[in-house]
Design a protein around this ligand. Structure first.
Ligand code: 6PG
Length: 247
């Protein structure tokens, strides 16, 4: 089976956030109707923040929040209240505003360093997901200007891991320790939605979508869930270098 790939170019970052929220709601309702719960993995970084705020402000009634189980694609090894924390960003923009029960939020633990945090999160994912043969219903991801996604950075060992769902890694540019889900975890998704905005991502988006697959250089190319779908949402600036053949 192959991966169904769709690329949507939206007129603005606001429209990317709005379309992302709509796809989030669609996945959540479908999963809960079919299986009584939805396992969703949130993206970090700055791009998804507007979408999370929109979900909190406009989708309070449409999404069965009590049936959502929320995970994280990766985390910086900082305290959960740190301004750099992906958990803090999602907590403040979405999880607290929709009153999501803390028992349904699976924060990546960073208090004891990358290796210990990755081991602990591996056990959480095993218990909640892959131990029973399950996977994510929805994974949200961003794209770095170096074509990384989650904390799967070019040239790092994490890109080669196939026997674990979560590992420690290090961001080459900042040297900050990270904890990241790996391809087996991210590719367990029924649906992956990438959110990519801004001219700074245009070359990365072009290379990921149009250049030959080379995971060492372009880790985001490794997101291809078998039998699942990958939807790329980009604003016009980020899509500015896409060849017509990629659309
Ligand atoms: C992180 C993210 C990372 C992010 C990209 C894009 O922890 O930073 O997981 O993969 O999605 O770097 O970041 P922006 O959305 O801030 O451009």
């Amino acid at each position: 089976m192959t991966t169904n790939r769709q690329i949507e170019v939206l007129p603005s970052t606001d429209e990317v956030a709005r379309r992302g929220a709509s796809l989030f709601a669609e996945s959540a309702v479908e999963a809960v109707e079919a299986r009584g719960r939805c396992h969703v993995c949130l993206a970090g970084g700055g791009t998804p923040q507007d979408m999370y705020s929109l979900l909190a402000s406009e989708y309070g009634g449409e999404i069965p929040w009590d049936s959502l189980h929320v995970y994280f694609s990766d985390e910086r090894c900082v305290p959960p209240d740190d301004l750099e924390s992906n958990y803090r960003m999602a907590r403040d923009a979405l999880l607290n505003p929709v009153n999501l029960s803390q028992s349904n939020v699976y924060r990546i633990p960073t208090e004891h360093g990358a290796a210990a945090g990755a081991e602990a999160y591996e056990e959480t994912l095993r218990a909640q997901l892959y131990g029973s043969g399950g996977g994510f219903d929805l994974v949200l991801l961003g794209l770095g200007a170096d074509a990384h996604t989650a904390s799967l950075f070019p040239g790092t060992d994490a890109v080669s891991v196939q026997d674990r769902w979560c590992v420690g890694n290090r961001a080459p540019k900042t040297g900050v320790d990270r904890i990241t889900l790996t391809y087996p975890a991210l590719n367990s998704a029924s649906r992956v939605v990438f959110l990519v905005t801004g001219a700074s991502k245009a070359e990365a988006l072009r290379s990921v979508l149009a250049d030959p697959v080379d995971l060492a250089q372009r880790p985001a190319q490794g997101i291809c869930p078998t039998g699942g779908e990958v939807i790329w949402l980009a604003d016009r600036e980020a899509a500015g270098r896409l060849p017509s053949t990629a659309l």
